[in-house]
Design a binder for this molecule. Structure first.
Ligand SMILES: Nc1ncnc2c1ncn2[C@@H]1O[C@H](COP(=O)(O)OP(=O)(O)OP(=O)(O)O)[C@@H](O)[C@H]1O
Ligand SMILES: O=C(CO)[C@H](O)[C@H](O)COP(=O)(O)O
Length: 384
């Protein structure tokens, strides 16, 4: 049984709190990434792309054994280098408790930011923590699980950037900004077609969450280093399925150089040759250039439309610079490895994969800096 990030919300952790993930190498400070999005906006899919880039087996939460008698639900996903922690685990009250307060889980008052801060800080310092678990099946707060730090720790969920103390600890932040129409389509696909919910209940749930989403979740996009915006296509106003995806990358983020098409600083609109990249109607168009996003200077790469043949993506890869890949074709290869994942024929998969390479690059730069600093301090100590 090979676990995938698609299943991690329902995996069972072993009753034991032992962990099989790789110990943190001496002197390495974990890098901490925040990924913010509403529920049902593609976080699990993105996590799957990210852990795929880092390689190593996804050993399952706390080292496998899930499904063991007496195991419990966990939201944590552990692989060799990465640990993905779901911030739902920091809900203050269980589902019944929220019925009493009358507040939604999106409201900051329903989340324990003091504990979140303490645990993000401890993990960043290389310490082990005992983290609560929010059980989405029962709506209960379950027995905490032991989390040991790995070199990369990802905090994904509703509020990674809401609390200043937590935000200051994050080395890189990402927001998945899914437009309301697209969000509804994805919800219908999952909750109606796969989970048997009615259209009315899906619409009612989105409506009920909207005020708190607007007040507490959406504002985090302004604070993010990278925003992946998913919108309906501009190529055909009648087309409700095709997506336009924009990767908004802030300038001036330490150790992060934005990706662009053809020429840095230029504004480019590009319709790839249909001989080299076949696409179904309404076609495909790319753009790249500098923009302002809520007062910050950014570099934006955009793809509108779908492609027919994933192998041909290498043509687009050849036009992209600063992808942080290690060899030509690695981007296409990473997309091909997860060809079955949602968004593999459009800009959502492409931009998520670019984000994953950016995070790998950041990790490698920070590790190299830590190794250099350690060597210098050892040399200085020996000389003294
Ligand atoms: N790029 C995409 N293209 C098309 N559909 C997508 C894409 N990403 C996600 N979806 C759809 O949205 C659904 C939710 O995606 P996913 O489970 O990754 O979101 P999530 O943010 O992890 O959700 P939750 O927080 O509720 O667990 C998927 O089942 C799929 O139907
Ligand atoms: O927004 C959510 C997840 O990101 C959930 O609504 C929240 O965690 C509460 O969960 P549930 O609805 O299963 O009680």
């Amino acid at each position: 049984f090979a676990p995938s990030a698609f299943t991690y919300n329902t995996m069972k952790a072993p009753a034991s709190s032992s962990s099989l993930n790789m110990a943190l190498p001496e002197g390495v400070t974990p890098i901490i990434i925040g990924v913010a999005a509403d529920s049902g906006c593609g976080k699990s899919t993105f996590m799957r792309r990210l852990t795929n880039i880092f390689g190593g087996d996804v050993v399952g939460p706390l080292g496998g054994g899930f499904g063991a008698p007496g195991g419990w639900e966990t939201n944590t996903l552990v692989s060799d280098l990465t640990t993905v922690i779901c911030l739902d685990d920091y809900h203050l009250n269980d589902r019944n408790g929220r019925k009493v307060t009358g507040l939604t889980a999106l409201n900051p008052l329903e989340n324990n930011f003091d504990l979140m801060y303490e645990q993000v800080k401890a993990l960043k310092e290389g310490k082990t923590v005992s983290k609560p678990i929010y059980n989405h099946v029962n709506g209960t707060l379950d027995t905490p699980e032991t989390i040991e730090p790995t070199p990369i720790i990802i905090f994904e969920g509703l509020h990674p950037m809401h609390d200043d103390r937590v935000r200051d600890l994050l080395d890189f932040t990402l927001y998945l900004d899914i437009s309301p129409d697209v969000k509804l389509n994805w919800k219908i696909q999952r909750d109606m077609e796969e989970r048997g919910h009615s259209l009315e209940s899906i619409m009612a749930s989105i409506e009920a969450r909207k005020p708190d989403f607007d007040a507490y979740i959406d504002p985090q996009k302004k604070l993010s280093d990278m925003i992946i915006e998913v919108l309906p296509t501009n190529l055909d106003k009648e087309d409700k399925k095709t997506l336009r995806v924009r990767c908004i990358q802030k300038e001036g983020v330490p150790d992060f150089a934005p990706c662009y098409l053809f020429d840095s600083g230029s504004t480019i609109e590009w319709t790839p040759s249909p001989e080299k990249l076949s696409s179904p109607a309404p076609g495909i168009k790319l753009k790249s250039g500098p923009e302002e996003y809520f007062g910050s200077k950014c570099q934006v790469v955009e793809m509108d439309g779908n492609f027919d043949n994933l192998q041909e993506l290498v043509y687009i890869e050849s036009a992209l610079s600063n992808t942080k890949t290690k060899f030509y074709g690695e981007l296409t290869q990473a997309m091909l490895a997860l060809a079955d994942a949602p968004g593999s024929n459009n800009g959502t998969g492409l931009m998520q994969t670019l984000a994953a390479f950016a995070i790998r690059d950041l990790y490698e730069k920070k590790s190299a800096q830590a190794a250099k600093a350690k060597k210098e301090s050892t040399t200085a100590a020996a000389a003294a």
